[in-house]
Design a protein around this ligand. Structure first.
Ligand SMILES: *[C@@H]1O[C@H](CO)[C@@H](O)[C@H](O)[C@H]1NC(C)=O
Ligand SMILES: *[C@@H]1O[C@H](CO)[C@@H](O)[C@H](O)[C@H]1NC(C)=O
Ligand SMILES: [Ca+2]
Length: 173
């Protein structure tokens, strides 16, 4: 009995520590993975530039996706938050204004040579300059599309609009 009680105490202690550490790492309401914290605004219907400003106002930026593992983690994270009913989210991917065949991430990294997850037949238009990560209710879920940056305000009332996915480095304290 005594041993069991000690074991239980140790387990609870470790769990509590994990929670406290996670709390020190990411702000409340943010989810941590791989040294980054993520925040999903599931009620937002803003255009890409306003989405970016929303993230920057929280000392963050739109999410930069560099691997399939991260891509799928974020897809699952938003599915969990939105209960599988979301159309897409803005990500920190933008078409180069002067060299329109190229894209770059908001941290300045050119997309060329990096992980990509474009939907088939995307990117498909130089007029579409902003990265949209498609959700379960879009035609190609879990894939990226180049969209009009003000797509969210062009879409008619009641139609699905992009969410906002913010990312920031976890604090090392
Ligand atoms: C989420 O988006 C809504 C609508 O754009 C906005 O009013 C709200 O402030 C945002 N929440 C956060 C935490 O940025
Ligand atoms: C846009 O493309 C040009 C020419 O390839 C390059 O010099 C510039 O750094 C790019 N801009 C960004 C923000 O990546
Ligand atoms: Ca497109």
């Amino acid at each position: 009995m005594a041993i069991k009680k000690t074991t239980l105490f140790v387990v609870v202690f470790i769990m509590l520590q994990a929670v406290l550490m996670a709390k020190g790492c990411c702000p409340d309401g943010w989810i941590g993975s791989n040294c980054f914290c993520y925040f999903v605004n599931g009620s937002s219907e803003v255009e890409w530039g306003d989405a970016r400003e929303m993230c920057q106002a929280m000392n963050a930026d739109l999410a930069v996706i560099t691997s399939e593992t991260q891509n799928d983690f974020l897809y699952d994270l938003i599915n969990w938050k939105m209960q599988d009913s979301w159309y897409g989210t803005w990500i920190g991917l933008e078409r180069n204004a002067t060299d329109e065949n190229k894209f770059y991430w908001v941290d300045g990294t050119p997309l060329a040579g990096q992980y990509t997850n474009w939907a088939s037949r995307e990117p498909n238009s130089n007029a579409e300059k902003c990265g949209l990560f498609w959700g379960p209710t879009a035609s190609q879920p879990n894939k990226w599309n180049d969209a009009l940056c003000d797509f969210s305000i062009r879409v008619s009332e009641g139609k699905p609009k992009p969410l906002v996915l913010c990312q920031k480095a976890a604090e090392s304290d």
